[in-house]
Write a protein that binds this ligand. Structure first.
Ligand SMILES: Nc1ncnc2c1ncn2[C@@H]1O[C@H](COP(=O)(O)OP(=O)(O)O[C@H]2O[C@H](CO)[C@@H](O)[C@H](O)[C@H]2O)[C@@H](O)[C@H]1O
Length: 640
């Protein structure tokens, strides 16, 4: 058996790893390349680079690709054209002091056949592959309170299907309810590390599941085991969230180094995709704790901002708990403006974890193009606008996709009747089924308006509150599903009692009913004050439910206002956007939508079909992510 040795220890002598990490690095081991690697090998045992996001032609099949051992410790796969010129590189994902054995030839052949498909269908392909490590507070189906869970549950799978090696690191939440079953299939890796933070060493464990091509890694610690959701309970946000997510970030930085997943660590050359403030310490740790010791010097980090309103701000005195060198205070240091201080002696000094990530991440992404601009303005920047503006060169926006397996009206397991853009009859039946389920009068021709979302200031619930007395004068039905701010929950219950034959307020986080509302309604209302992307309008369009939205962030980017003059009302638009965000505008847009539904049936059908046919697939977004990965690796990593 031929062995390829990857030389060069990644562990510098002056860097102290926890014991568990040392044991993984101290022995050179011989491994069979795991299945994710075998899948991408050609029959000759060399890595094959197939397909391209850059639009290369089919003659790529003739190009040779081989494993080269470069001077030093880096190993690159090179792609050459017919003349032998090198036209591309990719990093062999794991590095570290390990030996990799080529699997037997027959194993390789089987994997290649499988990858190409018996029917000759090409798998999704990519040109350069990366070791990608998502760090996130939530990932569906294991944990979800909103859109972050959806994104981190779907995008990693699509990137893995495109040839990348992908790990998702998230906490193992147990809250003593049936939701704990979601972690039933994850297993204890028996790998433990000690995290130096909060004045001591915290032992955390790693659990793991390999599912749909992704390594789902769960950080386990007693702080993640308590009633409530990932961030809080009925009394509000947990007081130790800074501690809980500091643990997550430290553990996520160690995971690629210490976990031999499939017998093989991810190694140092990773692309960390860090999501929101909960994961924000990762890029600070890379810059402050690892790179000065020669570790992760070739890794990159991308901060993905799903919601700038939450930044992980705590008193300045907590800085010493974070496990960072004292001289790095400035990266996180934050001073509240005078008006936001509580008393005359309050200096307003704080640590802001998201700010630290904005400073140290190699690139910054928001979840739509529109939002990437908004966060550089006073209105949308939540105090970080100037800093974000100073990083404009590396700031971009990529619109989220939707998971077609979960959100597809022709196969959705939560809805009673299936339908498609070609045959819409099932949608009418879904509407009747929803009216029955909600106990509303069954009236197929009565416009049914829906709202789904967190009951939060962001979502503009107060505007709906203001508009309801007027809206209830119209011949419509309205259903709201949401949980969050107790004042809005109470208002929804009271409104349902006041308008029993027209309004339903379902106070709960309930995924199946969210699918049935998405399928059964005619119109989805989203008067969000700001919306980094918004997924519900994307789901609604996929289900032929017409969105009426405030023109902000991702809502403005994804919903195209209906144009009654284009092709006699049959040409353009997938919904209605309104701006500015005032009750009158919202009511006006809703009423135009309602009259179009009632009086212009063929225009409405056209709207539904165009909305359903819009491309919001993760494949499209994943290709854009790959482009940003490439840019990040082209630039030098952040150093202080
Ligand atoms: N009561 C309930 N029952 C069942 N399901 C419910 C529910 N309330 C909400 N959901 C679900 O949670 C998700 C919410 O996604 P959004 O994108 O609308 O919002 P969120 O503000 O959480 O996400 C943030 O991150 C995402 C992802 O990047 C951005 O799209 C968004 O703009 C940003 O605010 C949807 O899947 C929705 O169906």
């Amino acid at each position: 058996m031929e062995c390829l040795r990857i030389p060069g220890s990644v562990v510098p002598c002056n860097y102290s790893f926890p014991n568990s990490a040392k044991s993984n690095f101290s022995n050179s081991r011989v491994y069979f390349a795991p299945s994710w690697r075998r899948r991408r090998r050609g029959r000759n045992g060399c890595l094959r680079l197939r397909g391209s996001v850059l639009g290369e032609s089919d003659d790529r099949a003739n190009r040779s690709s081989q494993i080269d051992q470069k001077k030093g410790s880096l190993v690159l796969g090179t792609e050459k054209d017919d003349s032998g010129s090198i036209i591309g590189f990719h990093l062999i994902p794991p590095s570290g002091d390990v030996e990799v054995a080529e699997p037997p030839e027959d194993v390789i052949s089987d994997e290649v056949d499988e990858a190409e498909g018996i029917d000759g269908k090409e798998e999704p392909q990519t040109r350069t592959t990366y070791n990608i490590v998502f760090v996130t507070a939530e990932a569906a189906p294991y944990s979800k309170t909103g859109g972050l869970g959806d994104v981190c549950g779907s995008l990693p799978i699509v990137l893995a299907s495109r040839g990348h090696r992908v790990m998702v690191v998230s906490p193992r939440y147990l809250n003593g309810t049936a939701a704990d079953k979601k972690f039933a299939s994850v297993v204890d890796t028996e790998s433990r590390i000690k995290v130096p933070c909060f004045g001591g060493e915290q032992e955390v464990a790693f659990f793991h599941e390999y599912r749909e091509g992704v390594d789902w890694v769960f950080v386990d610690h007693p702080a993640y085991h308590r009633p409530g959701n990932p961030y809080g309970d009925c009394y509000g946000a947990f007081g130790d969230n800074q501690f809980r997510f500091t643990l997550l970030c430290h553990a996520a930085c160690e995971a690629p180094l210490v976990l031999p997943l499939g017998g093989y660590t991810y190694g140092e050359n990773c692309m960390f995709v860090i999501n929101d403030w909960h994961a924000g310490l990762v890029s600070v740790l890379l810059a402050a704790k690892y790179r000065p010791h020669g570790v992760y010097k070739d890794a990159r980090s991308i901060l993905v901002i799903h919601n700038l309103a939450h930044q992980g701000v705590e008193p300045a005195a907590t800085y010493k708990n974070l496990g960072l060198p004292p001289e790095w205070y400035g990266a996180l240091g934050w001073v509240f403006p005078t008006w936001a201080r509580t008393h005359a002696l309050d200096t307003g000094e704080a640590v802001n974890i998201l700010k630290g990530a904005v400073v140290t991440a190699d690139r910054i992404l928001t979840v739509s193009k529109g939002y990437s601009w908004e966060i550089t303005t006073v209105e949308g920047g939540y105090g970080l606008q100037e800093l974000l503006g100073s990083r404009k060169r590396v700031l971009d926006g990529i619109t989220n996709g939707i998971d077609d397996a979960t959100w597809n009206p022709s196969s959705d397991e939560h809805i009673a009747f299936h339908y498609s853009a070609e045959d819409l009859s099932g949608k009418a039946q879904c509407k009747i089924a929803l009216q029955k389920e909600l106990g509303l009068p069954v009236r197929p021709d009565c416009p049914l308006i829906g709202f789904i979302g967190r009951l939060d200031y962001q979502k503009g619930i107060d505007l709906i509150q203001q508009a309801i007395p007027e809206l209830m004068q119209d011949d419509i039905q309205f259903v709201m599903l949401g949980s969050g701010d107790p004042r809005f929950e109470e208002w929804m219950r009271a409104t349902e009692s006041a308008y029993r034959d027209k309004f339903r307020g379902w106070v709960e986080f309930n995924v199946p009913i969210s699918h049935r509302i998405t399928a059964g309604c005619d119109i989805l209302l989203m008067p969000s004050r700001f919306e980094p992307c918004g997924l519900n309008q994307l789901y609604a369009m996929r289900y032929g439910t017409i969105p009426v939205v405030h023109c902000t962030g991702g809502l403005g980017d994804t919903v195209e206002t209906f144009n009654p003059y284009a092709q006699d009302g049959n040409g353009e638009g997938t919904g209605w956007t309104f701006s500015p965000l005032v009750k009158e505008n919202m009511l006006w847009a809703l009423r135009v939508a309602i009259s179009t539904y009632r009086e212009h049936k063929s225009s409405w059908k056209g709207l539904m079909k165009r909305a359903m046919q819009k491309d919001f697939t993760w494949e499209t977004a994943a290709m854009q992510y790959e482009q940003v990965f490439e840019w990040a690796f082209t630039d030098l990593p952040y150093v202080s």
